[in-house]
Design a protein around this ligand. Structure first.
Ligand SMILES: [Zn+2]
Length: 90
């Protein structure tokens, strides 16, 4: 399971619950959406990516630190967001 997703799902659920309990205007109508979305995230985290471990970029690529797109190691800038890449890379 992906604990990061589980934690964020629970946080979203708690947020929705808080909206619901406090009956914050506008946010209140979204509380059910938050709770449902959080439940899906937390529930989904149990089924995805256990074997993946830390995510690694494919050979010859690295992740853009701005948008997380895969960028060739020798590229100075991300082709997606044009963000300047770290020299040398990781
Ligand atoms: Zn980028």
């Amino acid at each position: 399971m992906r604990s990061q997703l589980l934690v964020s799902g629970i946080l979203v659920m708690l947020m929705g619950l808080a909206f619901y309990i406090l009956q914050i205007p506008i946010a209140y109508s979204w509380s059910v959406v938050f709770i449902a979305g959080g439940a899906i995230m937390a529930g989904g985290s149990l089924f995805v990516g256990e074997k993946e471990g830390p995510i690694e970029a494919p050979d010859g690529y690295r992740f853009c630190r701005f948008c997380s797109a895969t960028v060739p190691l020798q590229a100075a800038r991300c082709p997606k967001c044009n963000g300047l890449q770290q020299a040398g890379g990781t």
